[in-house]
Write a protein that binds this ligand. Structure first.
Ligand code: ZN
Length: 354
């Protein structure tokens, strides 16, 4: 048996934003053990559907159908995904062997797509860009041309596709707290924000394009003071303001989707696909750094003590897992400390409430 893989599992009865799990290969069987489960799920590789996920960063999705419904496992860490691919190729697992080929073909098709878009004659300048810059930059460039109201409509379509799987708790003191802080943190934004609380024990929050922010009850329960909640909201709001999810989706789907977004025309499947992926979206380290930095400034500008942001990230990093979709680590902590130091001894009124 080889070392197990860190994964996120999606399935009946599990959190819609994914449950951390361990994926293991034993003989010709794969087992998946969701966190907190007594027994692993055993599945046969020949029944698996495989595809690339993780927005161009080389993540892998394994999907299968069971009597109780559809299941998905994501291995998003690029190193883990590469190791899994290598193992799949070397092992005799028939279904798994196809993985390498699938992923490679998809990558090639995407590159060809961009090139033909350029050659088909938008402009010679675009062709030059395609030839000389990487896909990340092209996606970022393309996304800049998506009008804000198109982005908002797309976010709403994705949310409509997702909301059936969320149990929203949109009344009561918890949502009031989130909305009050959210409003204070988004003053002057061109986006019209909507805040929601979802009944879900996973410590997580996520944002959809155009300004829909969803906070899990598990995250709210992990808070020790309102400044910590403000910190997480500031971070998520920055993902919206900097259009990170739209960029990540454009990278994953290639130019067809980017073009659909630019033109403002997309089918139901695009929004539904987005809904599945946005909850477990893993942004680049750069995007996370930008969201931390922008979120910190946003808190200070709103007169909210940013030490809550630092404390919450630190505490959850020490627990070994923060927001399954977010990175943790020493670098993040160091940067937070430096920002606090630069701020000096500025005084902030403490926020009222729990
Ligand atoms: Zn983030």
């Amino acid at each position: 048996m080889t070392a197990p893989f860190r994964a996120l599992v999606f399935g009946p009865g599990l959190a819609v934003t994914g449950t951390p799990a361990v994926l293991a290969i034993q003989g010709d069987a794969l087992t998946v053990t969701p966190q907190g489960a007594d027994h692993p799920l055993t599945l046969s590789p020949s029944t698996l559907r495989l595809r690339e996920v993780g927005f161009g960063r080389g993540g892998i999705e394994l999907a299968w159908h069971a009597p109780d419904g559809d299941w998905l496992v994501h291995v998003l860490d690029p190193d883990e995904a590469t190791r899994l691919q290598g193992l799949a190729q070397r092992s005799g697992l028939s279904g798994m062997a196809a993985l390498q080929a699938t992923v490679k073909t998809r990558r090639r098709r995407r590159a060809v797509g961009w090139t033909s878009l350029a050659i088909l004659g938008l402009s010679p300048l675009l062709a030059v860009i395609v030839l000389y810059f990487n896909a990340d930059r092209i996606a970022a460039w393309a996304i800049q041309s998506v009008p804000e109201d198109t982005e908002a409509r797309f976010g709403r379509s994705a949310f409509e596709a997702l909301r059936g799987r969320l149990s929203l708790r949109d009344e009561g003191p918890e949502i009031d707290r989130v909305r009050t802080l959210g409003k204070r943190l988004t003053q002057g934004s061109p986006h019209r924000y909507q805040f929601h609380v979802a009944e879900d024990a996973t410590v997580n929050a996520f944002a959809l394009p155009g300004g829909i922010v969803v906070v899990n009850t598990g995250l709210l329960q992990a808070m020790q003071r309102p400044e910590e909640l403000a910190g997480v909201l500031g971070h998520e709001i920055e993902h919206v303001e900097q259009r990170h999810s739209l960029q990540a989706l454009a990278k994953d789907w290639g130019w067809r989707a980017a073009w659909a977004l630019i033109a403002g025309e997309w089918g139901g499947t695009l929004a539904a696909d987005a809904a599945t992926q946005l909850g477990s979206l893993k942004f680049s380290r750069d995007a996370e750094r930008q969201a931390d930095a922008g979120g910190f400034d946003r808190l200070v500008a709103a007169g909210i003590d940013p030490s809550g942001m630092r404390d919450f990230f630190r505490r959850l990093a020490a627990d070994g897992g923060f927001l399954s979709t977010h990175p943790s680590g020493a670098e993040r902590e160091q940067q937070m400390d430096q920002r606090m130091q630069r701020l000096g001894s500025r005084h902030f009124e403490p926020l009222a409430g729990p």
